[in-house]
Write a protein that binds this ligand. Structure first.
Ligand SMILES: N[C@@H](CCC(=O)N[C@@H](CS)C(=O)NCC(=O)O)C(=O)O
Length: 220
C-alpha cells in the first residue's frame, strides 16, 4: 500500500483538522512540514501541488489533494475505521453547515483577528490591533450561539458520535481559548467548554498538539 504524506504545518489549524481525521480513522501518515509563511512565500515546489499556496495537501501514491474539506471526506470514505460523517441527510447537512460556518465566519476572526493579534504578535514584540480584535468578537459570538443551539444536549456537535464538525471546531476553538477574550466568551457557553475539555482528552487531539509533543494544551 502506498504511504500517505500530509504537507502542512503542525501549528496550522487546517493541517490539524486533516490530521485529526487521519488520526481518528487510525490511518498511518507522515506530516511533512512546508513553510508557506516564509518571507519568500510558499516554496515553488509546493505551489506546483497547490497553486493557491494553502495547506494542507495530501499525497497518496499518484493522488494529490488539497482543500481540507475534500481531504477529510476522502480520508473518511477511503479508509476503514469509525465513520466521521452521519449517513442520514439531516445530521449530515448539519455537520456540513457547521463546517461551512467555521470556514466562512469563524476561522479568520478566531485565529487571525483574535489569537494572532492577542498572542502571536505581542509574543514577537508587536502591538495587538485592538480594533480588529473587538470587531471580530460579535461574529464569533453568533457562530458559537448557533452551534450551541443546534447541538442541544448531544455528546458531540452533531449527535452522539464524533463527526468532521468536531474536527473542524476543535483546532479553531483551541487557539481562541488561549486568549482572554476566548476564555471569557467560552465561559458563557458551558456546554461547549465541557465539549472542548472532552475533545482535548482524545488521543487524536494529543497526537496533533499545536505545540511540541511534550507541551501540554491544558489550562482551561
Ligand atoms: N480553503 C483551504 C483553507 C486552508 C487555509 O487557509 N490554511 C491556512 C493555514 S491554517 C493557510 O494555508 N493560509 C495561508 C494562506 O491563506 O495564504 C482549505 O480548506 O484547506
Amino acid at each position: 500500500m502506498a504511504s500517505i504524506t500530509l504537507l502542512g504545518l503542525r501549528i496550522s489549524v487546517y493541517t490539524r483538522i486533516a490530521r485529526l481525521a487521519l488520526e481518528e480513522k487510525k490511518v498511518d501518515y507522515q506530516l511533512q512540514e512546508v513553510d508557506i509563511f516564509a518571507d519568500t512565500g510558499p516554496p515553488e515546489e509546493y505551489l506546483e501541488l497547490n497553486p493557491f499556496g494553502t495547506i494542507p495537501c495530501l499525497l497518496y501514491g499518484d493522488f494529490k489533494l488539497y482543500e481540507t474539506g475534500a481531504i477529510c471526506r476522502y480520508v473518511d470514505e477511503m479508509f476503514l475505521g469509525v465513520p466521521l460523517q452521519p449517513k442520514e441527510p439531516a445530521p449530515r447537512a448539519r455537520m456540513n453547515q457547521i463546517i461551512s460556518v467555521f470556514d466562512s465566519y469563524t476561522y479568520r476572526p478566531m485565529v487571525w483577528d483574535v489569537y494572532v493579534q492577542r498572542i502571536v504578535i505581542p509574543g514577537s514584540g508587536g502591538r495587538a490591533d485592538e480594533q480588529l480584535i473587538a470587531a471580530a468578537l460579535p461574529t464569533i459570538q453568533t457562530a458559537l450561539q448557533q452551534i450551541d443551539l443546534w447541538r442541544g444536549d448531544s455528546e458531540f456537535l452533531v449527535g452522539d458520535a464524533i463527526t468532521l464538525a468536531d474536527l473542524y471546531a476543535y483546532p479553531m476553538l483551541r487557539y481562541f481559548i488561549e486568549t482572554g477574550e476566548g476564555e471569557a466568551m467560552l465561559a458563557s457557553f458551558p456546554r461547549l467548554q465541557e465539549w472542548l475539555s472532552q475533545m482535548q482528552l482524545r488521543p487524536s487531539a494529543r497526537a496533533t498538539s499545536f505545540h511540541s509533543a511534550s507541551d501540554s494544551e491544558g489550562g482551561f
